[in-house]
Design a protein around this ligand. Structure first.
Ligand code: CA
Length: 650
């Protein structure tokens, strides 16, 4: 086998070179595959001198049953063929590079044992729940409303009424008919989601991650941005992490139950770094998958010390293969790319094209964070998916819009920073940019199809905690604050009248609190949990959100994702200080409303609001979002303090 060329000063330069790609890029399917009476193992390891397969009966511990060597082939591909169907057999590899032998699981593993340390051969058809073949995503709605959920915190609260053995697990999202403390009256979990009518749930990392011991105490908690096995579900969310098939089947059952409930499923995927530098990818081809600084140290744009080199062809293949695998095998409907600003534009556009080709244009959602945690040592000339490159990205790759988030509630630098709704002042022009999803001439987003409008996500303070920080010196997060509730409703009304895809952290609609803690990534589940009692106590706010979600579906002028959508917004004005109003061309779709008039008052006093010509119907105000087809009004109305009004005209 061809060895590292001495012409190259170091590995970094060699791995980045076109010669390396030409010599070793390998399109063969990688991983282990069993069929009829045989099993084949394929590993890409172009710098290895020797690769040995070790087969085990158990997922952890025990002695190898057999240790055959793999045979080297073309393009760095190593292969072993076994004349036996090894479905359910565990395995790992010994990979020797530069005289150093390292044990590693298969980076392409599709099943694994406890904590993902050993891979498992799997016949995936044996993991399909009954009815899986007929499983289909529910029909698309006029708008996308994404609800971000963490599998464990969603049902951890005993008040959820979920079966105790399913709390915190994938299966909790399959249980129908759950109610608050089992009272039979107040829906929780899946039934609550159905009632709220969000269109997508976004699962925080649900692939196998390393920061929770799958055999340890049940009250461990982590958000899970610590990928170990990219193509296997997380074991701590299954009822039996030691049996490789169980987590796979249970995750599929969850997807199927959500589809049946009319909800599509988005996965949060973390292809920007690995849990440890010493990952399966690293052990297989040391340094290839990893960006390095000039001095050879690992690049740290992820804040985790090991950025993946998405611009290298086999790393790009790995990421693309993984996305397609989840979409095909698990029927996942969309992908949220963590720190997308570390991935390259070419790869993201390739993923978009590949998903469109297989599933239909725009059928699978793609969104991501257009930023990183710091600079990264990508190959010179690589365009990264940050805000500066949204114009180079496919218009169907959406980016979280921090401009709107920060304008509405205050930036994230300080807990007491203020935005429109909490006393920061309201600039009508800036608010109009939010409504247009920051799309249009010269703005970062090309069209609202590229915008994810949101006020809160798992990162940073919840919306409610931010409002308490800026509105209550004593920071009583659990107290009732009617004034802050008004601010919350105004913030929601702004977000739900912004063009772009809509997104909210689960529980934002019931004033979810994490006690003012900014970063709860490893806080106990009691801090992170969805508090289902609070969901009932703050049901008026829940109803307000629910009404806004339903209303949005009837407003094609705001759902428009085309590059021309921003032209629908006109006559932006400031009727008073801290107040803004604008009109929306709402034609299209089957809406009975031809025009909309939006008005927002962040000030402390009521203002007289002159309606545009004609008769207007009030659809929502600061108290209710379900006012429909009441008496039409004309002339001047009163816009109460800290509230929004949405009017429509035939
Ligand atoms: Ca794990």
């Amino acid at each position: 086998m061809k060895r590292l060329s001495t012409e190259y000063k170091n590995r970094k330069e060699y791995f980045d070179s076109p010669e390396f790609r030409e010599a070793y890029h390998c399109d063969a399917p990688l991983g282990s595959f069993c069929f009829g009476g045989g099993t084949v193992f394929r590993l890409w390891a172009p710098t290895a001198e020797r690769v040995t397969l070790r087969l085990y009966r158990e997922g952890a511990g025990g002695e190898p049953l057999w240790e055959p060597d793999l045979l080297p082939g073309e393009r760095g591909l190593w292969t072993a063929e076994v004349a036996e169907n090894l479905d359910g057999v565990y395995y790992d590899y010994l990979v020797t590079v530069d005289g150093v032998c390292r044990p590693t699981a298969d980076p392409y593993a599709r099943a694994c044992g406890l904590n993902g340390e050993r891979s498992m051969v799997i016949d995936l058809r044996g993991t399909d729940p009954a009815g899986w073949v007929e499983d289909r995503a529910p029909a698309k709605k006029p708008e996308t409303v994404i609800y971000e959920v963490h599998v464990k915190d969603f049902s951890w609260d005993p008040a959820s009424g979920v079966r105790p053995e399913w709390r915190g697990k994938f299966l909790a999202l399959t249980q129908e008919g759950t109610t608050l403390n089992g009272d039979g009256l107040h829906p929780t979990c899946l039934d609550y989601l159905k009632d709220l009518r969000v269109t997508h749930i976004q699962l925080m990392p649900s692939f196998d991650y390393g920061s929770v011991d799958e055999g340890g105490a049940p009250d461990q908690f982590n958000w899970g941005y610590d990928p170990v096995n990219y193509n296997v579900p997380e074991g701590s969310y299954s009822t039996d992490p030691a049996r490789g098939q169980v987590r796979i089947r249970e995750m599929k059952e969850m997807v199927m139950a959500l589809h049946r409930a009319g909800i599509r499923v988005v996965m949060d995927v973390v292809y920007n770094h690995t849990y440890r530098l010493d990952s399966w990818l690293w052990r297989t081809v040391p340094w290839y998958y990893c960006r390095q600084n000039e001095d050879g140290t690992p690049s740290n744009g992820s804040g985790c010390g090991c950025d993946l080199a998405s611009e290298r062809s086999m790393c790009a293949k790995y990421i693309l293969d993984s996305v397609l695998y989840w979409a095909e095998e698990y029927h996942i409907d969309g992908f949220r790319f963590d720190l997308m600003g570390l991935l390259d534009v070419e790869l993201m556009n390739r993923i978009r094209r590949a998903l469109d080709r297989r599933f239909g244009r725009g059928e699978k959602l793609m969104l991501g964070e257009p930023w990183s945690a710091g600079g990264t040592a990508a190959r010179p000339g690589t365009a990264l998916c940050d805000k500066g490159h949204l114009w180079d990205l496919d218009s169907n790759v959406a980016a979280f819009c921090d401009n709107t988030r920060d304008a509405v509630k205050g930036d994230l630098s300080r807990p007491d920073a203020r935005g429109f709704v909490n006393g920061g002042g309201l600039d009508a022009g800036r608010l109009a940019c939010c409504v247009r999803g920051w799309a249009g001439s010269g703005l970062p987003h090309r069209a609202p199809s590229q915008t994810v409008s949101y006020l809160s996500a798992h990162d940073d303070w919840t919306l409610w905690d931010r409002l308490v920080c800026t509105g209550d010196r004593r920071r009583r997060f659990d107290a009732r604050h009617p004034r802050l509730m008004r601010q919350n409703r105004l913030a929601a009304a702004i977000n739900f009248t912004c063009q772009g895809h809509l997104f909210l952290l689960s529980g934002e609609e019931f004033a979810r609190t994490k006690g003012g803690i900014k970063n709860t990534y490893c806080s106990p589940p009691d801090v992170n949990r969805m508090d289902w009692t609070r969901a009932w106590e703050n049901r008026e706010l829940v109803e307000y959100y629910k009404g806004l979600i339903a209303l949005r579906m009837e407003l094609p002028g705001l759902c428009d994702k085309s590059p021309q959508a921003s032209e629908r917004i006109s006559n932006v004005r400031a009727p008073a200080p801290d107040c803004a109003a604008m009109e929306v061309d709402n034609t299209g779709g089957d809406s009975p409303w031809r025009r909309l008039f939006l008005a927002y008052n962040a000030g402390k006093t009521a203002v007289p609001l002159a309606l545009p010509e004609g008769r207007w119907y009030l659809l929502a105000d600061g108290k209710s979002s379900t006012k429909r087809r009441l008496k039409a009004v004309a002339g001047t109305v009163v816009l109460p303090p800290v509230s929004a009004m949405i009017f429509a005209q035939h």
